[in-house]
Design a protein around this ligand. Structure first.
Ligand code: SF4
Length: 348
């Protein structure tokens, strides 16, 4: 069961428990290179990124917003630290959402100015608490950036906006430690009904970062917690989007493309299943059908293990069986296995 969260509208995208879990990523082109940012945003959108964040470190970077908004349909989020004037400028420039922590922008008058401007333009604010940037008082109270400290910090920032009757809020409570991150989101999920943006921060390079993100984000989503996700990788942001899509697919939360199940192969395998499975994955990558496709190594166990798939192949000695909905359709020579599998899927 999904945790109840209010609906927050970011451009045309809804974030909340009544909507699908959305995929976000962040541009990493240099802030002063408009063309590179636009190119990257287009590429992210083409790969399935639904909400795109951009760092706005100074006034000059505000100029990125217009060309980015012209280039993509995905809503744009301005990532701002400390400077409330940047937030006001981004709202004037037509940004769809602001990521800022109200406790870090100065006195209450500034918080009120940002809240008022965002309210007038219907721009939500994401409060993004990170283990690395906890308030000194909270850190000394708990002695470490533990889950309780992260949760308290998030609720403190929320209270600053609520004081000005601002509730158009999304929350993230990230840590690079997976167990801490999971616990922090669980605690925060119990204490408010704002939508949660999930992520493991500083998750690392592609291979380990994907593992940490899949565990952290995945275990929360399995408990119904989380409304939008960002996989954070020291890599091309397109890799973040692909990893996020795969996490949602693995959890059965996105069924718009092919899900391949394939056996690990063993001593019974007589065809090169590793090559065949990779070829199938590549050739079916852009097929938008909610099908489970099995690539199994042998005729003995393969058909049984693949019977829950919509279609599949089971390798034999230099040949293989084509299986559809648990029924053997025909025998195919090894070199034609993937061609015929793909052709059959095209007909489905
Ligand atoms: Fe081995 Fe056959 Fe199972 Fe693949 S399907 S792991 S080849 S027994």
């Amino acid at each position: 069961m999904r945790r109840k969260a209010i609906n927050i509208k970011v451009g045309d995208i809804n974030i909340g428990s009544e909507s699908e879990i959305t995929i976000q990523s962040m541009l990493n082109a240099k802030s002063d290179d408009v063309e590179a940012n636009v190119r990257q945003a287009v590429e992210l959108e083409q790969n399935g990124c639904q909400i795109i964040r951009v760092a706005i470190p100074n006034m000059q970077a505000v100029q990125l917003i217009e060309p980015l908004k012209n280039a993509v349909n995905a809503p744009m989020v301005a990532d701002i630290h400390f400077d409330y004037r940047l937030a006001l400028e981004c709202v004037s420039a037509g940004i769809d959402k602001i990521r800022i922590n109200p406790g870090n922008i100065g006195g209450e008058d500034r918080v009120k100015m940002v809240a008022d401007a965002c309210r007038a333009a219907n721009v939500p604010i994401r409060i993004g608490v990170n283990a690395g940037s906890l308030e000194k008082e909270i850190l000394s109270k708990y002695g470490a950036p533990c889950a309780e400290a992260l949760c308290e910090s998030a609720l403190y920032h929320v209270s600053l906006l609520e004081k000005f009757d601002f509730h158009n809020i999304v929350l993230s409570i990230k840590s690079s430690d997976v167990a801490t991150m999971v616990r922090a989101y669980e605690l925060t999920a119990q204490k408010c009904d704002y939508p949660l943006h999930l992520g493991v921060t500083e998750a690392g390079t592609q291979q380990m970062g994907v593992v940490k993100s899949a565990i952290g984000i995945g275990s929360l989503l399995l408990k119904g917690i989380g409304d939008t996700i960002r996989v954070s990788l020291t890599a091309d942001p397109v890799a973040e989007v692909i990893a996020a899509k795969n996490i949602l697919k693995a959890l059965g939360l996105r069924r718009e493309s092919i899900d391949i199940i394939s056996c690990p192969t063993c001593g019974r395998t007589k065809v090169d299943i590793i090559t065949l499975a990779n070829e199938a994955e590549q050739r079916l990558a852009n097929v938008k059908k909610p099908l489970t496709v099995a690539i199994m190594g042998c005729e003995v166990n393969g058909p049984g293990e693949a019977k829950h798939a919509d279609i599949g192949i089971a390798g034999g000695n230099g040949c293989g069986l084509l299986i559809k909905k648990g029924e053997i359709i025909r025998k195919i020579p090894g070199e034609r296995l993937i061609d015929e599998l793909v052709a059959e899927i095209e007909k489905m």
